[in-house]
Design a binder for this molecule. Structure first.
Ligand code: NAD
Length: 338
């Protein structure tokens, strides 16, 4: 009889947030490696501080999975992190302060969690040789680009305090590979959308306001451009990087749908059955990056990644999810107010 495959124990930080919880539900779900017919034995521990953006309801579908554990704690707690890292084989690191507008109001928590928290995790991984360490970053580290797109060789030129804290964390993570040979892999994705997205980011903010018959704030002239990536595609790309990526490498992850904020607003109005009278043009965000665009040829050619969700379908499904899950987002509205 062939022995069962060894168990892989993965520590997922920030797994109660939007993308991290999607990742955990996917890993432990029917189509994931730890689902009933999955090929691998995988156990997942989520470490999450449950800030305003963390939500245990996001993990309800996997709460009773035998391979799932949740730990309420902070990635800056060195003793806790050391113990947890020693008990796991790999780390996928999502935990962060993630909202640009909040970083403009105050950057301290961004530096503490995004920079010092990442370094605390890396030190523990180094001590216990826990790897790969998959560091989830953002295209915002590159700055802003008028035309064309960034490859992974582009230097970081972040503009917002949020982006600067993520870029700092990226550089520290990569330094642990170059200095110590730790297997660190960095992903830089474009703007995510999908269900369970905290209602302060543009897509869920606009959907929830429009479903309530309210007005939505459009920054400046609405000409800022973003590439949109469905969270399903993002999570698939992260899995490719975790299982088949190379140590010390950066992988850009794009969604393939570039839209100005004005165009995005018009699609959201249509999807929610509202018109432009629901849009309020507001003063532009300070230092607002005009355009982000990543070149994701590397992950396509090396790991076979391609975004599968077309934007019209993904957006319609997302609006339907918010329509059907008012009980998930309504209690969050008071926490979303800046
Ligand atoms: P999110 O804000 O929804 O979730 C962040 C999670 O981290 C929350 O559950 C929060 O409780 C937890 N957390 C925060 N500080 C912590 C700490 N000190 N210790 C432990 N847990 C802590 O964020 P998200 O949108 O899911 O983003 C996940 C990652 O992806 C982040 O690193 C973010 O920078 C990156 N990213 C997000 C996007 C996007 O479009 N949402 C785009 C690019 C990159």
């Amino acid at each position: 009889m062939t022995p069962p495959p060894p168990v892989t124990r993965i520590l997922v930080t920030g797994g109660a947030g939007f993308i991290g919880s999607h990742y955990v539900r996917t890993l432990l779900g029917p189509d994931g490696p730890a689902g009933p017919d999955g090929p691998a034995r995988t156990e997942v521990t989520v470490l999450d501080r449950l800030t305003y953006a963390g939500n245990l309801a996001n993990l309800a579908p996997v709460r009773d999975h035998p391979g799932f554990a949740f730990l309420h704690g902070d990635i800056r707690d060195a003793d806790l992190v050391d113990k947890l890292v020693s008990e796991h084989d790999q780390v996928v690191h999502f935990a962060a302060e993630s909202h640009v507008d909040r970083s403009i109001l105050g950057a301290a928590e961004f530096v503490r969690t995004n920079v010092l928290g990442t370094q605390t995790l890396l030190d523990a991984c180094l001590r216990h040789r826990t790897a790969p360490f998959v560091h989830i970053s953002t295209d915002e580290v590159y700055g802003s680009i008028e035309t064309g797109s960034w490859t992974e060789d582009e230097p970081v030129r972040p503009n917002s305090p949020y982006a600067a804290s993520k870029a700092s964390a990226d550089l520290i993570a990569l330094s642990y590979h170059r200095t110590h040979g730790l297997d660190v892999r960095v992903t830089r994705c474009s703007n995510n959308y999908g269900p369970h997205h905290f209602p302060e980011k543009v897509v869920p903010l606009f959907i929830t306001r429009l479903l309530d018959g309210g007005k939505v704030p459009l920054y400046g002239d609405g000409s800022h451009v973003r590439d949109w990536l469905h969270v399903d595609d993002h999570v698939r790309a992260i899995e490719l990087v975790r299982t088949r990526g190379r140590a010390g490498e950066i992988y850009n992850i794009g969604g393939g749908t570039e839209l100005s904020n004005r165009k995005l607003t018009s699609l959201l109005l249509d999807a929610c059955g509202a018109d432009w009278s629901h849009v309020q043009q507001v003063e532009d965000r300070k230092g607002h990056d005009r355009r982000y665009a990543v070149d994701w040829t590397k992950i396509r050619d090396e790991l076979g990644y391609r975004p599968a969700k077309d934007f019209a379908t993904g957006l319609a499904e997302t609006v339907a999810w918010y329509r059907d899950n008012r009980s998930w987002w309504q209690p969050l509205l008071s926490r979303a107010a800046l």
